[in-house]
Each structure stands twice: as C-alpha cells, then as structure tokens.
Design a protein around this ligand. Structure first.
Ligand code: ATP
Length: 446
C-alpha cells in the first residue's frame, strides 16, 4: 500500500467484498447511484432468504400459537392518523447554520442520555451554530389513483405492524386462535430517514420481520420477558458471538409514542453499538386507537371466562437487512496463509449463500466431467457452486470470501479410488471422503 493511502476500515472492506462477490450492490449505479439504496445480488438474495426463512420457521413452526400474514404496503390513509404516525412518527431535525448540513438532532445534541453542552457540527466543526429543532415526518407520501389531490394521499407503511392489527380479528377467527397468540409478517417498510447510512444498516427502503403477540391485559411483562429470551437465543442460534450483543432499555422519556416499555438488542458494529431489533410492550394502544377511529369492535371474546376485552400486544420487531449486516460483520475474518492475507466469511452453514463448491483440480483428464456429474447429482438439494476454470488457489479464495463452508476437490486420486478432498473453510482442515458420500456429508452438516 502506498504511503499516502489510508488502510481501509472494517466497513469499507465489508462493502467492497459485498460488491466483489455479488452480495450487495449500490443501486442504480449506471446513473451514479441513489444515496443509501442497495440491491441484493445473487448471493445476497440467498443469504437474506436464509435469514428470513430461519426467522419464519422459528416463529411459525416452533410456536404453534403463531401464524403468518402478508398485508398490503399501502393501507387506508386513516390507519396512520389513528395509529398516531401522522402526528408522532417524526425525527427531530437540525441544520448547521454554517455549512447547511442536516442532522438528526439526537445525534448532535444528546450524548448517551445527557444533553451535549456545546454541540459541534460533525461536518465543518463549527460549535453552537445550529438551527432550532424541527420535527420531520418520516412517512413516504404518494398519490393513489390518477388524481393528485389531498383526498388521494396514501402512505408507504413505515412498519409492517399496522397491517397485522387491522387483520387481527380475521386472522384469529380463521386460524381459530386463542390468547395468547401471535401473527408474524416479513415485508418491506419505508422511512424517509434524515441520515441514512452505514451501508445497509439504515436505508429508506428496508425489510422488517415483525411478530405481534396478543396477550391478556396484565400479562405483558411475563410475555415481554419470554420474547426477550427467545429473541436472544435465536440470534445465538445463527452463530453470532454473544459478547457482541447487549440489551438496552429505553428510558421512559425516550419511548416511542405507542410503547409502554421497550428493549433493544444491540450489536457492536464496526461503527459502534447500535440497535439490531426491538421488543416493545405496546399495551392496548394500537387496537384501542383503531377501534376509536374506525368505530369497529376490536375486542376479543374469551368464551371460557365469558369476558370481552382488547388484547394487549408484545412486539418483536427485527430488521432483515440489519440482521444481514450484523452477520456479515460478525463473520468477516482475515488470516495469514502462505504470506498472503486471506479474507473469509465465517458464516454459519445455515446462513452461507453457497453451501459447497465442487472443484476439479485441473480441467483435463476427465476431472471436469466427473465434477459436473457430481454437481448434477447434488444440485437441487443445496445451492452449490461448480467452478472449473482458473487456479485452484484463486477458486478457494473466491469461495472463502463468499463464506462457502466446504469445498470438494477432485484430483488424480479421485480417478483411482473415487475419493475427493473436503476442505473446511475456517480451519483449512482437509480430509478425504468417497465422492458418493458427499450428499450424506452435506446433509449431516447443514
Ligand atoms: P432506529 O432507532 O435505528 O431508527 P427504530 O427504533 O426506529 O430504529 P423500530 O421502529 O423499532 O426501529 O424498527 C424495528 C427494526 O427495524 C429496527 O430494530 C431495525 O432493525 C429495523 N429498521 C428500522 N429502521 C430501519 C432503517 N431505516 N433501515 C434498516 N432497518 C431499519
């Protein structure tokens, strides 16, 4: 590296790797890109799908009281009036009077939980030169139908939760659920963030994985405790290092307008500790608001106790893209191999976009054909990568960077005794197994 070049920091390395390996691309790049907007490439889609599938399975298969829903992105505009989002879903905004840069007021004026004495502009360094705080609504507005007037205004949902509340009675009724029960949803949400950034950590368009758990009044503390433990354990099941996770309870004066109690699970990203997902006691706030605004009965009837009441809600709200960034950061590794730096993603095989590579040592002497045969017998069961061309070292490096946990290499011995080498990504340990046992090997590890 030249004298004047600064070594890239951890985030720049991860961003570059994601582009190089088809995980995440900057969006609309041929037009110069749109700020903080990303596309998920062939391996990013696989990885993201793995995370959402594991979340979905954990919610709906491991808990028989939870069912799924896929509600609309653009709901009736009155929903946002009733839910308080039109009035309260705002971020405090300030501008530097000197350089005109715009910031989220909390990032400048608050240090931890204390108000900063002499705030300084992070861009131009000027002190005490900010406008008054203004409140900025983060919902994206659009027009429904061909007429652009006030009556036709719609909003892109800033959270998936409201769709669940609107459908809760139909869902409960059709799935014949009794309290406590949950409704899970994965889908896009949109927020006109003042300061998107840190790669896919904060974007204006993102995906949420939200589960709303409906409980009897008075039971929210018990269930919040239960879901806190469940969510923590789920993250550990993805192979995340536990020392990189911590809890943060929201102080009362910082609670969102709908929350009675709120906890974040934070992860130590290369740019600091930040929220990964949130657990909220939303009480009966949302259902009561919708009952009042719509005039429709939102109560639940407990046939056994012959009681009618509005259920209370405990919410587990996670960001899919943020979970993916966390897993990328957690898995990024560098080591020294034969005097060269090797980069690899130490992803749990459940998360890895490609599960194994099939690599003939050389193309000739029937090795490539045999590799194709093995690949064709196994594909369809797992995402595999058949890579025939180029130096074996370079092919290994590509797979390491993609986090592919196993590589099966065919060499001249394969032609003699039908064995292949299994190479383990993290330890580089190698062993020989019969080519006919590759399927069994993978089934056992995945
Ligand atoms: P933050 O404080 O980071 O803005 P939040 O407290 O507003 O987040 P919630 O409303 O609780 O977030 O949303 C639940 C989850 O959705 C978050 O924990 C995060 O994982 C994800 N999320 C929220 N906003 C964004 C965003 N702009 N980009 C990506 N993910 C997001």
């Amino acid at each position: 590296m030249g004298k004047n070049k600064k070594a890239p920091d951890a985030m720049s390395k991860i961003v570059a790797l994601c582009k190089r390996r088809g995980i995440v691309f900057p969006s609309s790049e041929i037009y110069g890109g749109v700020g903080s907007t990303y596309d998920y490439g062939p391996y990013g889609v696989e990885m993201k799908n793995n995370i959402s599938r594991l979340w979905w399975q954990n919610m709906t298969l491991s808990h028989d009281s939870i069912v799924g829903l896929d509600s609309a992105v653009i709901l009736h505009p009155n929903v946002w009036e009733a839910s308080g989002h039109l009035k309260n879903f705002t971020d405090p905004l300030i501008d530097c009077k000197q350089c005109k840069a715009r910031f989220k007021a909390d990032d400048i004026l608050v240090e931890g939980q204390e108000t900063t004495k002499s705030p300084q502009c992070p861009r131009c360094g000027t002190k005490d030169s900010f406008t008054d705080v203004r409140h900025f609504n983060m919902m994206f507005k659009t027009n429904m139908g061909p007429v652009e007037d006030e009556a036709a205004i719609g909003y892109f949902r800033p959270e998936t939760a409201q769709g669940i509340y609107l459908d809760y009675k139909l869902t409960q009724d059709t799935a014949r659920l009794k309290l406590p029960f949950g409704i899970a949803q994965i889908g896009k949400a949109f927020r006109n963030e003042i300061t998107p950034g840190n790669f896919i950590f904060r974007t204006r368009e993102f995906e949420q994985m939200e589960m709303q758990y409906f409980v009897r009044p008075g039971e929210t503390s018990k269930w919040l405790e239960y879901w806190r433990e469940e969510r923590w354990n789920w993250l550990l099941s993805l192979g995340v290092r536990e020392e990189k996770l911590r809890w943060l309870q929201h102080p009362e004066d910082k609670l969102a307008h709908y929350a009675q109690e709120a906890w974040d699970i934070e992860y130590e990203f290369p740019f600091g500790w930040h929220e990964l997902e949130g657990l909220h006691d939303r009480g009966d706030f949302d259902l009561t608001c919708h009952q009042e605004a719509s005039g429709k009965d939102m109560t639940y009837f407990d046939a056994q106790a012959k009681e009618r009441f509005i259920p209370h809600i405990v919410e587990a709200s996670a960001g899919l893209n943020r979970a993916m960034l966390m897993l990328l950061c957690d898995a990024y590794r560098e080591d020294e191999q034969e005097k060269e730096t090797r980069v690899y993603l130490s992803l749990d095989p459940k998360i890895a976009p490609v599960k194994a590579a099939i690599l003939p040592l050389v193309k000739k002497d029937g090795l490539a054909d045999l590799a194709k045969e093995i690949y064709n017998n196994l594909r369809g069961r797992w995402p595999l990568f058949l890579d025939i061309q180029g130096s074996i070292g370079r092919r290994y490096r590509r797979m390491d960077e993609l986090g592919t946990p196993f590589a099966f290499t065919l060499d001249y011995q394969t032609l003699e005794d039908g064995t292949v080498t299994v190479r383990w990504r993290d330890t580089l340990q190698q062993e020989r197994i019969s080519k006919d046992k590759i399927g069994e090997f993978l089934a056992d590890k995945l």
